[in-house]
Design a protein around this ligand. Structure first.
Ligand code: PMV
Length: 301
């Protein structure tokens, strides 16, 4: 049996969330699956990366594995071979490391018949995330374990939203790497330079997020798409978009997406486009691939 950890996207409100505005995050139907079986020593193998780490490895994956094995509620665990199948791009803002952590934890649990709630898994996955992100916010590991759609206010527990219907997203990868810290710092500098303009932008994003929540609860995909487009414009005003992200958003909208925006830190990473039908989904993916980007559809929420 294989155990799953989900990827995540931020639907609206990234960066503004740093200044107290709620963000809306969604767990993806795609992520990482893993299974564990008895072995002579404990290892983690990840495909398609072709990596293999043991408990003594001083690389991040080995240290993260050690952290969750040592802190397991049934420790000491017997030696286990954990195999993970990663179906998300890494380092693209889709919560790949948290999805892997949750999948590994669930695989360990299944191997030793430990029954854990989603909340317990999310909490244990924070120790995994700290290895990769130092000061992890708690968003990725929580979404990886729970899925669904949630409103997230910094420093507060996630609030699950009652979404009328699952969302269909096409995710396009710009293949440009960016650092979340650098992007957050560049927004902070803009705030220092022109606090008034910054506050106006922040207020506008807060209004979009409020309306997006209503649209999600009402199942109004069209309205949600328009709010995503507007959020994208405000994120570009903070210089968080790139030519690749803009090209992807335009191509997705031209191919019939209800809305499109960058997701997460920006400066690279991924674009999300809201689609309503198989035809639109295929058209958006084809349009992105024609521009040379990789793209896939994932159900969210
Ligand atoms: O791309 P991610 O998952 O690292 O999201 C970053 C979200 C920010 O709002 C830009 C930063 C943060 O800490 O909330």
């Amino acid at each position: 049996m294989s155990s799953m950890g989900r990827g995540k996207v931020i639907l609206l409100g990234e960066h503004a969330v740093v200044y107290g505005v709620p963000a809306i995050a969604a767990g993806l139907g795609r992520g990482v699956s893993a299974s564990a079986s008895p072995a002579n020593e404990t290892t983690l193998e990840c495909s398609p990366w072709g990596t293999r780490h043991g408990l003594a490895s001083d690389e991040d994956l080995g240290r993260a594995l050690s952290a969750v094995v040592a802190a397991h509620p049934s420790a000491p665990l017997p030696p286990l071979r954990v195999s993970a199948d990663v179906a998300l791009p890494a380092g693209a803002g889709l919560g790949c490391s948290a999805a892997l952590g949750v999948a590994v934890i669930r695989a360990l649990d299944a191997a030793v018949a430990h029954v854990a709630s989603d909340a317990e898994v999310a909490e244990r996955a924070l120790a995994w995330e700290q290895v990769f992100h130092g000061n992890a916010s708690g968003l990725d590991n929580t979404m990886a374990a729970h899925g669904g759609v949630a409103s997230y206010v910094r420093g507060e527990p996630l609030e699950a939203l009652d979404v009328r219907r699952p969302l269909r997203l096409v995710i396009g990868n710009s293949d440009e790497s960016s650092s979340t810290r650098t992007m957050v710092e560049s927004v902070a500098r803009q705030r220092e330079r022109d606090p008034e303009r910054f506050a106006k932008n922040l207020d506008a994003i807060a209004t979009l997020v409020k309306n997006a929540r209503l649209a999600l609860e009402a199942g109004d995909t069209r309205a949600l798409g328009q709010l995503m487009d507007l959020n994208q414009a405000l994120l570009s005003a903070w210089f968080l978009s790139t030519t690749a992200l803009e090209d992807m958003c335009r191509a997705a909208r031209d191919a019939g997406a209800a809305g499109a925006k960058l997701t997460g830190a920006g400066g690279g990473g991924c674009m999300i486009a809201l689609v309503e039908s198989d035809e639109t989904s295929a058209a958006v993916i084809a349009a992105l691939e024609a521009l040379g980007f990789s793209a896939f559809e994932a159900e969210a929420g």
